[in-house]
Design a protein around this ligand. Structure first.
Ligand code: MCN
Ligand code: FES
Ligand code: FES
Length: 911
């Protein structure tokens, strides 16, 4: 141990530290300065950045022995207070940089050092700084962060006032404005307590958990020996499947009757088999996390290793073993049958056809906050589980029988969450926490490290999608044929739904009268398939939007004009035979056309033999909702101070708080209520109703409508005969109810048929066009997106800053999907950097969003959703741009430099 005096936020503090401990752990665990967030814990992401002696330091990789006595350390807690924020903190709130907020303290401190040394930086200097200091953000797409630093710099230079950065309501209006989200203040001051922070604040006696995990992908379990581990220091109990009181399975709540599995295929703790790398076999409960992890290494698991089927084709081979004995590896099939038989049409004289065969990768979500949670018995004896769940009631239904707890005795609460991007649509550690808490009767916490987070959470399911298009000579699409296979990993939950998405979105956007196709869900031993933003559409659009480009080339048509000819117009139906709720694509393409012409010219002009530029185009569409008559619930209650709104609009970081506030405030505006009079109670099943999961970009529409309905019910009750409104005291005096439960259901929707895929699955869709400009380095094949223009129609805009932020962030993930991100090699793809997380240099600063606003009849105040639209189809546009630049067609993402280089070499050989 070492005694050290450190000057922390201006004051000397005397500490006794382990010289081998990291500065981050000392700040967090000994000083409880939890504004210092730990993401990767390996120097890659910058969330733990602090200022030491005037320099930005990633505190997770600085050992205490290297911290000088009397070192001056500034953490986020030391640069501003809620009453007197630093200009950077205000700018972060104003520009929507704190989405999930997990990166915010690190970025703000890093920016402070930059502005201390250079109060007048250029945008490029700011980008260089963040690249050099490895400040990563998975939510914002970086552009808003650069905007915020530029604005804060102006304040520091005395050119504008700090107070003027934040929008103040004009005419008491916040809907559609840049009003800051309610959680922003806590996020920029480091007081938004994420799960790992909460774990540190748990009472004494809390047990810390570590998992014993499989290190192979497929095996029979012959025995589990915990004897040695039980004798390790600090161990309280080792929990195995034998301790689980319930069915020990998580149910996928199978929705499709034609699914050959029963949905009970995912063990909480493996009993008979290991199905994938990382599967949990035992839980060590100990006094410290270190002790728990050390003991976990001593649990011996006797395995009979089986052949591992690491892709859909491997698991579909005739001699492949059934991964879940009794259920075929191909366990679900979905067809699409629309209009006439396509074969005679494709074979007709004069029909121009193209056929593509695409592969969409196992994209990792890469949130900067690793999975974490805690569990305890609350004052009513309920097993209470805190986690990053973005589907509280859904997860409740999926885990209670497996854990063996009465449904009403289980409560789930969402922690402040540092991004999920969909992986938390699946339960991850909830059931493990529940089982450990029940087996020990003690409060428990479980934190994943980044390795565990990457290797053992769900991933985007790879899609093998073939698409054949047939058009007449004028370019009018007449038919489409598709065939697809989805590698869904070993667990079936929502695999059928994902397979259906290919039928719904391959070729979406175009009036294609005749379609035939078939797809299947395949069980494999690679990472289980979970939701990922855009869910199912990136696989579909990769095929159909490359096919459109190839068709344009074959017909000698401009790719924009071919699309323009075929887009939905009155009289068109979607691939599932539904009439689109609005026809906005024609005007959107008209907006883009002049920019497309300019971009084509610009790319030609800027191309050099060494670096070639190209522009690409694509169209993406996604539904807002879960299929069929989806719905949501919320409540509104009049209080003395104002109105309280309750819902379970789980927040990944997208802005559930802002959506709830903006929609309730807009509905309640006749009362003259100010935004600060609206209190939000969110995401605790003890208090908040079932609003459904925050997936499928459904919440702004579904929960937004439920909030609107609850507020309208309250307004109706408050309205007097003369049109004025009763006060709280008048309501009480007249004994009128103060609490109103609002519900909304998309009753106009129907499920899609498993054979024909026909149905009306969504009440509202989001529409987006993508136009990236890409530069290809002809020497090494590296592609870089240098500019990205998008035209989006997401209905009316609920909050402009949130909406922009969703689009920039989604586009950045689309760039990652196209060019760098993957989770395939279990040995290699184990860190943020190795998985291809985009840093600021990978994302262009030059991103332009053009809104086309078509109010939606069924949206709250005319809004659709937005979260997933930007990640539907940016990637095929980027691949189309690569082709436009250098003539290399990539069909399998990510388009890594070596793939493009191989294509360039092949072209050179041909010449
Ligand atoms: N919104 C708006 N105007 C509109 C539509 C929506 O201002 N016309 C706002 C909403 O009020 C909400 C946000 O945009 O704050 C997203 O709304 P919506 O599209 O309805 O999506 P959900 O709230 O259901 O959020 C889920 C969606 C999905 S499915 C994933 S995955 C996702 C995403 O949003 N993961 C995210 N965005 C994310 N953003 C961050 N930062 N982190 C994630 O993990
Ligand atoms: Fe320290 Fe990622 S760099 S947590
Ligand atoms: Fe940057 Fe979420 S706001 S990681």
């Amino acid at each position: 141990m070492q005694k050290k005096v450190l000057i922390i936020n201006g004051l000397p503090r005397t500490l006794v530290v382990d010289p081998e401990s990291s500065l981050a752990s000392v700040l967090r665990e000994q000083l409880l300065l939890t504004g210092c967030k730990v993401g990767c814990n390996q120097g890659q992401c910058g969330t733990c950045s602090i200022i030491m002696d005037g320099k930005v330091v990633r505190s997770c990789i600085v050992k205490m022995k290297r911290v000088a006595d009397e070192a001056k350390i500034t953490t986020i807690e030391g640069i501003g207070t809620p009453e007197n924020l630093h200009p950077l903190q205000v700018a972060w709130m104003a520009y929507g940089c704190a989405q999930c907020g997990f990166c915010s303290p690190g970025f703000i401190l890093s920016s402070k050092v930059l502005l201390d040394t250079n109060p007048n930086p250029t945008r490029e200097e700011i980008r260089d700084w963040f690249q050099k200091n490895r400040n990563a953000c998975r939510c914002t797409g970086y552009k808003p962060i650069v905007d915020a630093v530029m604005a804060a710099a102006k304040v520091i230079r005395g050119e504008i006032r700090k107070e003027d950065l934040l929008y103040t309501p004009v005419g008491n209006k916040i809907y559609g404005t840049t009003y800051h989200r309610p959680s922003a203040l806590q996020k920029v001051t480091g007081t938004w307590d994420y799960g790992a922070d909460m774990a540190l604040q748990m009472p004494p006696g809390t047990l810390r958990l570590a998992l014993v995990q499989a290190e192979v992908s497929h095996a029979n379990i012959l025995g589990i020996d915990t004897a040695e581990a039980e004798t390790m220091p600090g161990v309280y109990k080792i929990v195995t499947h034998k301790d689980v009181k319930g069915k020990n399975r998580i149910t996928g709540l199978i929705t499709f009757p034609t699914n050959k599995g029963d949905g009970w295929d995912r063990p909480i703790l493996c009993d008979e088999k290991v199905f994938q790398f990382g599967d949990a076999i035992a839980i060590v409960c100990a006094d410290t996390e270190e002790h728990a992890r050390a003991a976990a290494k001593k649990v011996k698991v006797d395995l009979e290793v089986l052949p591992a089927y690491m892709s859909a084709p491997a698991a579909m081979a005739p001699d492949a073993l059934e991964i879940h004995p009794g259920t075929p590896n191909v366990y679900f099939e979905q067809g699409i049958v629309k209009g006439e038989d396509t074969k005679p049409i494709m074979d007709k004289d004069g029909i121009v056809t193209v056929e593509v065969d695409t592969y969409s990768s196992r994209q990792p979500h890469l949130p900067l906050e690793p999975d974490c949670g805690s569990a305890y018995f609350d004052e009513e004896g309920r097993l209470t589980i805190h986690s990053k769940s973005i589907g509280l009631h859904l997860h409740h239904a999926m885990i209670v029988a497996g854990i063996g707890v009465e449904p009403e005795k289980c409560r789930i609460v969402q922690n402040p969450t540092g991004g999920t991007f969909g992986y938390k649509f699946s339960p991850t550690i909830e059931a493990l926490l529940g089982v450990a808490c029940m087996a020990t009767g003690k409060p428990v916490t479980l934190n994943f490290n980044m390795f565990q987070n990457i290797t053992y959470t769900g991933k985007r399911s790879p899609g093998f999608v073939k698409c054949k298009l047939g058009a007449d000579k004028t370019g009018k699409l007449l038919a489409m044929e598709t065939d697809w296979a989805i590698d869904h990993g070993p667990y079936s939950e929502f695999g059928d739904l994902l397979t259906l998405r290919q039928a719904q979105f391959t070729g979406a956007g175009y009036d294609i009268p005749n379609i035939r196709g078939k797809g299947r869900t395949v069980c494999t031993n690679h990472a289980w398939g979970s939701a990922f933003r855009g869910y199912g559409s990136p696989q579909a659009f990769l095929a159909s939007e490359i096919a459109m480009d190839e068709l344009a080339e074959k017909l000698g048509m401009d790719p924009l004009e071919l699309r323009f000819k075929n887009i939905y117009r009155p009289g068109s139906t979607t691939p599932t035979g539904q009439v689109p709720e609005v026809f906005c694509l024609e005007e959107m393409l008209n907006k883009l056309r002049p920019l497309w012409q300019e971009a084509k010219k610009r790319c030609q002009e800027l191309s050099t033999p060494e670096k070639k530029r190209g522009v690409g185009l694509s169209l993406g569409i996604y539904g807002c909702g879960l299929d069929g008559p989806d719905g949501s619930e919320a409540w509104a209650e009049l209080t003395k101070e104002g109105v309280t709104i309750g819902n379970s609009w789980q927040d990944h970081g997208q802005g559930a708080d802002m959506g709830t506030l903006a929609i309730s405030h807009e509905t309640l505006r006749p009362l003259g209520i100010r935004p600060e009079q609206i209190k939000l109670i969110m995401n605790d099943t003890a208090y908040t109703p079932n609003s459904g999961p925050s997936g499928g970009s459904r919440s702004n529409v579904m929960t937004g409508n439920a909030v609107r309905v609850a507020c309208e019910m309250l307004l109706n009750a408050m309205r007097k005969a003369d049109g004025t409104y009763r006060t709280y005291d008048e309501m009480v005096a007249e004994k009128l109810p103060l609490h109103y439960d609002g519900k909304w259901t998309a009753s106009m929707c129907t499920d899609c048929d498993p054979v024909t895929g026909q149905g009306k699955p969504f009440a509202i869709y989001m529409y987006e066009l993508f136009m990236p400009e890409v530069e290809v380095d002809m020497k090494n094949g590296k592609a870089k997106v240098v500019k990205l223009t998008t035209v989006a129609d997401v209905g009316t805009i609920t909050n402009k800053t949130v909406c922009d932020g969703q689009i920039y962030g989604g586009l950045a993930q689309g760039i990652g999907l196209a060019l760098t991100e993957d989770f395939e090699d279990l040995k290699k793809h184990t860190s943020l950097v190795a998985c291809g997380l985009p840093f600021i240099y990978d994302i262009p600063d030059d991103m332009e969003i053009i809104y086309h606003i078509t109010p939606r009849e069924h949206g709250p105040h005319g809004a659709a959703g937005v979260g997933e639209a930007p990640l539907t189809a940016a990637h095929p546009a980027i691949l189309n741009a690569i082709y436009n630049a250098c003539g290399v067609r990539i069909y399998a993402i990510p388009a890594l430099p070596e793939k493009i280089k191989a294509g360039l070499d092949a072209l050179a050989k041909k010449k």
